[in-house]
Design a binder for this molecule. Structure first.
Ligand code: HSE
Length: 437
């Protein structure tokens, strides 16, 4: 939609929680800088909230701007900022805003990962921008670098810690040796984990972000349903200590990579806990921080690090998008839309290539190691290292630790199933994938 020279751009805000409050405050407090950068003033014309009468002393705007009429508000804006979250009714509001010619800036990973194409197609149809940098890894600029800075390169892999809550929990488990449940309780008491932490600890949040990263990196539509997802609820203190003994840490990783299947390119996207060597840059990501490691053919390895959540950090990403879409509006155009031309097949976890670290409690008698080794050989899985620990007080059993070479996840998981069925194996004590080595 053409912009009249000198006229301010009308900005509507949907939602005024932690992120929305920061966005509103920064829009007001930094109005002059934002105008200079965008090329015109950004005028906040309304904030849609459920309870407009509620006092909000931390949001320095005219209280008359608060409204419960989100449907009306989106029809009188040039830029709509959506920081409500969830699928409905937000999806309808965004589509309505676009129909009325507004560009949309959103922080909504769940919606983009579930139904991005509907929004991308609507944005293209109505000639408006749809930007969502804040949806992945909060303040970290990662989508624009992939979409624009790496547009001339060939991304091979994106591997990230994109959920701060789980990183906080795993980092604390590593530091204290405590178990999962008590560490989550501590994280809740400190405000790092939600009262209901399901979306974070079961990996849903990270899977949505992985879908968005993979779509952009590989020019292919990937939805949350395409992502193999394992959370951290099954990670035990024994896993963490096995990782420590292997000079690794356990991280919840979102891994998006190109794989070759039957000689053709495909995409694999997975979220699961994994051992990462302490020497890998992702191992040094502590507390609730996020980081994304990108491997591109020409650029090589790149690492993006920062705060993945919180009001001001997320608002920084939102306002970066607002300035970008305002610039496009002033110049008379729109930024890059969806790029899904490669349309690669998305394969299941079995096709992913990884390594396993397996701890087995076995009977300590002649021939057991040979039986275990035979199971690996039968599944065409090559062993990289094997070590044995014997408890001097226990004369009947031993702990065998096997680290494999790279193999398909299908072959590795079948191997573990077959090992568990051996009479000589008392217990499969821990199985973790090893990444970044
Ligand atoms: N709950 C997320 C996290 C932040 O813990 O990182 C928002 O995506």
């Amino acid at each position: 939609m053409a912009h009249e020279a000198g006229a301010p751009l009308r900005v509507a805000l949907l939602g005024c929680g932690v992120v929305g409050s920061s966005v509103a405050r920064m829009l007001v407090e930094q109005a002059d800088d934002l105008a200079a950068r965008a090329g015109t003033r950004l005028e906040l014309v309304g904030i849609a909230v459920r309870r407009p009468q509620r006092p909000r002393p931390d949001v320095p705007v005219d209280p008359a701007l608060f409204t419960a009429d989100a449907e009306g508000l989106v029809t009188r804006a040039d830029i709509v900022i959506e920081v409500v979250g969830g699928i409905d009714p937000v999806r309808g509001l965004i589509l309505r805003a676009m129909e009325h010619g507004a560009a949309v800036v959103s922080a909504n990973k769940a919606l983009v990962a579930e139904d991005g194409p509907t929004l991308f197609e609507a944005a293209a149809r109505h000639g408006v921008d749809f930007s969502y940098e804040a949806a992945v890894a909060g303040a970290i600029p990662i989508l624009r670098p992939i979409q624009e800075s790496l547009a001339g390169d060939h991304v091979r892999k994106v591997m990230g810690i994109v959920n701060g809550t789980t990183n906080f929990v795993l980092d604390k488990m590593d530091a204290t040796g405590a178990g999962f449940s008590e560490t989550v309780e501590e994280a809740q008491a400190l405000g790092y984990a939600e009262a209901d932490p399901t979306a974070d600890v079961e990996g849903f949040d990270a899977a949505a972000k992985a879908a968005i990263l993979a779509s952009m990196a590989f020019h292919t539509r990937v939805s949350a349903a395409d992502v193999h997802r394992e959370g951290i609820t099954e990670v035990t203190a024994a896993d963490i200590s096995a990782a420590r003994e292997n000079d690794c840490v356990v991280k919840l990783l979102a891994i998006c990579e190109r794989v070759t299947v039957d000689g053709a390119d495909a995409v694999s996207v997975r979220v699961h806990p994994a051992m990462v060597p302490r020497t890998h840059p992702l191992a040094s990501v502590r507390d609730a921080f996020n980081a994304v490691f990108v491997e591109a053919e020409a650029a090589g390895e790149l690492m993006f690090y920062g705060r993945g959540a919180g009001g001001d950090p997320t608002a920084s990403a939102v306002l970066g998008d607002v300035v970008a879409v305002a610039r496009h509006r002033v110049a008379g155009g729109r930024g890059p839309g969806e790029s899904a031309y490669a349309d690669l097949p998305v394969v299941d976890l079995g096709r992913a290539v990884t390594r396993y670290h397996i701890s087995l409690d076995v009977a300590d008698r002649p021939g057991v190691l040979a039986q275990v080794a035979a199971v690996f050989a039968e599944h065409d899985v090559s062993i990289e290292t094997v070590s044995q620990q014997v408890d001097p007080d226990d004369d009947g059993s031993a702990r065998l630790i096997v680290v494999t070479h790279r193999a398909t996840d299908a072959a590795l998981s079948e191997t573990v199933r077959a090992l568990a069925a051996l009479d000589a194996v008392d217990d499969v004590a821990s199985v973790l994938r090893v990444e970044g080595a």
